[in-house]
Design a protein around this ligand. Structure first.
Ligand SMILES: Nc1ncnc2c1ncn2[C@@H]1O[C@H](COP(=O)(O)OP(=O)(O)OP(=O)(O)O)[C@@H](O)[C@H]1O
Ligand SMILES: [Mg+2]
Length: 161
């Protein structure tokens, strides 16, 4: 499967990647975000949502587990659900909140800490790994489906070195 790797020298680079990713989104995508606390999962999602036209705030859904957004994709309304499952205490919490219904063809689901809901989530179209070397961040994006490949093949990102 296709993959892409680069370095993000500072927060601005993370923002630029989020903005570039916003241009290759399509409804129905499931995107897992991996990386330690502070790796930049929320920062990347924030830039992606702003790049996709969301004008308000994007706060970390640490306590709510999920925040919904509305964007316009190809002239159509599209929902984006931003999950942070770090504090999810049990599978019931996920199921009772109705989160399983959010994984549908009209919604893009972006999930921080998917490891916390193993077995409850569908497979991702894209896995994004953020890591913290001595300076900046490293990122690797892996596509796992046709939709993920399509998204990745549309990605145009020129990192500053
Ligand atoms: N490329 C970068 N280089 C250096 N710092 C960065 C870079 N991108 C983001 N940051 C900084 O790293 C931090 C990322 O915080 P963020 O809340 O996005 O992490 P997170 O992965 O969502 O963590 P959590 O698991 O706690 O939700 C912010 O302080 C941001 O300014
Ligand atoms: Mg976060």
């Amino acid at each position: 499967m296709q993959h892409y790797k680069t370095s993000l020298i500072d927060e601005e680079a993370t923002q630029a990647l989020g903005k570039s990713l916003a241009r290759c989104l399509q409804a129905g995508l499931t995107i897992y975000l991996h990386g330690d606390l502070g790796a930049g999962k929320t920062a990347l999602t924030r830039a992606l949502l702003h790049g996709a036209g969301h004008q308000g705030k994007v706060k970390s859904p640490t306590y709510t587990l999920a925040e919904p957004y509305q964007i316009t994709l190809h002239d159509k309304a599209c929902k984006v659900m931003h999950f942070d499952l770090y504090r999810m205490s049990s599978p019931e919490e996920f199921i009772e909140a109705g989160f399983r219904d959010e994984f549908n063809a009209n919604t893009i689901c972006i999930i921080e800490w998917p490891e916390k809901a193993e077995g409850l989530l569908p497979q991702p179209d894209l896995d994004i790994y953020l890591s913290i070397p001595t300076d900046g961040r490293d990122v690797e994006i892996q596509a796992h489906s046709d939709a993920g490949q399509t998204c990745l093949s549309k990605l145009h990102f020129a990192p500053r070195l």
